[in-house]
Write a protein that binds this ligand. Structure first.
Ligand code: ZN
Ligand code: MN
Length: 437
């Protein structure tokens, strides 16, 4: 029996939080509005209506591209992508084909690199609602700016996919270009999944001759489930000596299974051609550079700074930086705290939710100080006591270095005695270990 390996690429759609839609003045925020009240001739695709591109949407797309390490194409254009569907009034979607705004990026997670193929800008479609009276269509969403991010097929397991998507969502929220809220549909996920036979020591890994796209998944958990389901389904087909059909499948959230929707189109089926109503976009390098210089500190950079400069444990730095508001709150507390409270101690209090975080940083500090019955550790003082314990117990140190690990507890005991119990034994243990390395 063959050993199969997953080959997964991702397509992610993100709705931008611009004020107006991409080609007209209707509001981009359609959420909760009465159906078909947030429309105009342009986003209804009425004859003669002309699109005018939204500068902010283009800028947001460039920023996403830059944050994902892409090259920004100084010449870019919109194209028409034709297909027939009731939620697409023009009969084509204005998208980007061969000259997307950004190409060739990469996101590093741990020691793995996931390549970004392209980042382009397009318009969202309307929305269908199936009811007793039939299928209804709401065009409030039609023309909302949508960024599509496409990765290479660099994933071979669902955990990496989930981690990548979480990082991507965090980056997009840091940029402030979208709320990337999957419940509201402002971030939608489409994995392309296939399997290949695993061969050890292969020089060049070939892509399988088919792929299955699972459409519009709205949670990380469901992406994982869809991938795991496809692994089993495709494996059964391959083991019979057949090739899975290249198709688009939906995901049934209740049953946790995928189901066939339609046979996948090839690019030539869409009859792409340049959008004649919008001139090509030509960006000056100066303009692209300026946008880059305005880029905020990104989540991975923040983690690195917390670890290196603030001496926060990596795992805690990661937790603190997942939500920008939490990270900013933490940083604001550090600005006003006194030297007796260590950065890590503040981090612990926020992470363990020992103190409420819906209060001002000043109040936070006050409460922490009132709560600490034990005087907060004086870091420098503790370091002195540890140094002392090490230098005055050379024999114990020797024994520890020769492999008698339990001598460590003796040294911890010495320090605890000196500190009159006003210190955390685990911290002392770690510090002594570090000193003796
Ligand atoms: Zn409109
Ligand atoms: Mn798309």
């Amino acid at each position: 029996m063959n050993n199969y390996e997953l080959v997964i690429g991702l397509e992610i759609h993100v709705e931008l939080n611009t004020k107006s839609k991409i080609f007209c003045q209707c509001e981009a925020n359609y959420f909760g509005k009465e159906p078909n009240t947030n429309t105009c001739p342009v986003c209804l695709g009425l004859p003669g209506a002309l699109p005018v591109p939204n500068k902010k949407a283009i800028e947001s797309t460039i920023k996403i591209g830059q944050a994902l390490g892409c090259n920004i194409n100084l010449v870019s254009k919109f194209d028409r992508k034709h297909y027939f569907y009731a939620d697409l009034p023009k009969g084509y979607q204005i998208s980007q084909y061969d000259e997307p705004i950004a190409i060739k990026g990469a996101v590093k997670i741990g020691n793995k690199t996931f390549r970004i193929t392209r980042v382009h800008l397009e318009e969202d479609t309307g929305k269908l609602a199936h009811s007793e009276v039939g299928t209804l269509v709401d065009f409030n969403r039609s023309g909302v700016p949508l960024v599509e991010i496409v990765t290479e097929a660099d994933f071979n397991n669902s955990d990496d996919v989930k981690e990548f998507l979480e990082e991507l969502r965090t980056i997009i929220r840091y940029l402030g270009v979208s709320d990337a809220d999957m419940d509201k549909g402002s971030m939608r996920l489409e994995p392309n999944i296939s399997l290949r036979v695993k061969r050890e020591g292969e020089r060049e890994k070939k892509l399988p001759n088919y792929k299955v796209e699972v459409k519009n998944i709205n949670s990380f958990k469901f992406v994982k489930k869809a991938i795991e389901y496809e692994l089993i389904r495709q494996k059964e087909i391959l083991e019979k000596g057949e090739t899975p059909v290249q198709e688009t499948r939906g995901f049934n959230e209740n049953k946790g299974i995928t189901f066939s929707q339609r046979v996948k189109e090839e690019a030539h089926d869409y009859r792409y051609f340049p959008e004649p109503d919008i001139p090509p976009m030509i960006f000056e390098q100066k303009y692209v550079d300026k946008l880059k210089s305005e880029m905020p500190e990104l989540p991975q950079e923040k983690v690195a700074r917390y670890v290196q400069d603030l001496k926060i444990k990596e795992q805690d730095a990661f937790i603190l930086t997942r939500d920008l508001r939490v990270a900013q709150y933490f940083e604001n507390i550090l600005k006003i705290k006194n030297s007796e409270l260590s950065n890590q101690a503040i981090a612990n209090l926020i992470i363990n939710k020992k103190v409420a975080t819906d209060i001002s940083p000043q109040e936070f500090i006050k409460i922490v100080q009132a709560q600490s019955t034990i005087k907060p550790q004086d870091e420098a003082g503790l370091a002195r006591v540890i140094d002392n314990a090490i230098t005055s117990n050379p024999k114990a140190v020797e024994e520890y270095k020769s492999g008698k690990e339990n001598v460590l507890m003796f040294l911890v005991g010495q320090v605890m005695k000196e500190m009159k119990g006003q210190a955390d034994p685990q911290t002392i243990k770690n510090k002594i270990q570090e000193e003796l390395k």
